[in-house]
Write a protein that binds this ligand. Sequence first.
Ligand code: F6P
Length: 468
Amino acid sequence: MVVSNREPYIHAYRNGQVQVRRPASGLTVALDPVMRAVGGVWVAHGSGEADSHVTDERDRIRVPPEKPAYTLKRVWLNKEQEEGYYYGLANSALWPLCHIAYRRPVFRAADWDCYREVNEKFAQAVAEEVGEEKAFVFVQDYHLALLPRLVKERCPQATVAHFWHIPWPNPEVFRICPWKVELLDGLLGNDMLSFHIRYHANNFIDTVDRELEARPDREMTAIIYRGQTTKIRHFPISVDFETIHWEANRRPVKLRMRELREQLRLPTRNIGLGIDRADYTKGIPERLRAIDRFLELSPEYAGDFAFVQVAVPSRVHVEEYRRLNDEIDGLVEEINWKHGRGAWKPIVYLPQHLPPTDLLALYRLARFCLVSSLHDGMNLVAKEFVAANVEEDGVLLLSQFTGAARELRDALIINPFATDHLAEQIHQALTMEDDEVRRRMRRLRDTVRERNIYKWAGDIIRKLGRLV
Ligand code: F6P
């Protein structure tokens, strides 16, 4: 059983019809193929307006719609709960607390109450499905930190593992959280807690050592607390390489490449690409400033260059996200005004959700993909770009502050805060010899092909099997 806040399929009304959509979420993109392969139940918040229209009396629906392979069980939250738990505690307190992106976390007692209430609600839904079975419950992310202990209390026979998809900060940062003890206590209900990289796992052990009367076993990378042992591990998450590779090679994507080139008036070769949720941790203003600097330094690219930025709207009820959207709008306007000539504008800004075929077409059209996160647990856009680059003719510029940078060594590793250097690296990506582009991309593809999402899931399940 997988448990996460975000659901893999969202049902919504469009022109009076129920339509299904896949959210812009690394977590769901990564775990959906695993669930398709192994079956089981995925418990998640039912966030679509038509979600309840399509579920049965136990709030369940079989997915994916085109070829059902597993069950999605939806948990319903009212507006107040969504406000306090999702927009409040999860995304105004824990998100900025764990990402070092210089935004001050907001801690509201009312949000904490909602967070506890919603974690209880998820625990109830999990217990309904698990019953007396020796199930394997796989909890996802920072929305559900209290869930492992709550599930263990209700279903002691279940094996509970948790994957924390965002960074874990050092103890100095985490100690400001008013509910740090409760959060750590909840997480130590797990049999195994995992992060993308060793650094975050070590930060977690240091935090527990500082805050709780617990016994960290650094040799075994485990924590013994309240008579229970929680193993702390790291497994870098990935994507379904073969499926992306195969889809990217299909005719609809090739057709879309032609159409998009025309519609967006893209040049033949010098195309840069950014694809993100509109989130302040992704470094979108920083990358736009670097594009601006690049155009100042290399005016010969005027008329023969485009940077396509897809920014999927996200968490717009949180003030910081609204401010970010305004900032991006302003920067795009300013840079296009400053460098534009006649009908040509250097930045093509698409603040919308695009279908998978369009995303694959853009990945294939791009000479370079720029991932400039200020801090990111992993970043799967980097891996998707590599998997979609079937012609091995693209360059990946990847922030050193992503988990992915530890594996994808053949990318051009960048610092999004160093604007001038990043502008030079953009130039380097456009002028790199074809042989070198291919050599680097081949090695990147070998890495992602081998360390794919099935290896990630297999490694976790194998490790857990040995531990319990
Ligand atoms: O990085 C954590 C994460 O859960 C990712 O898996 C995903 O890309 C993103 O946050 C989704 O955010 P939300 O579910 O709030 O839209």
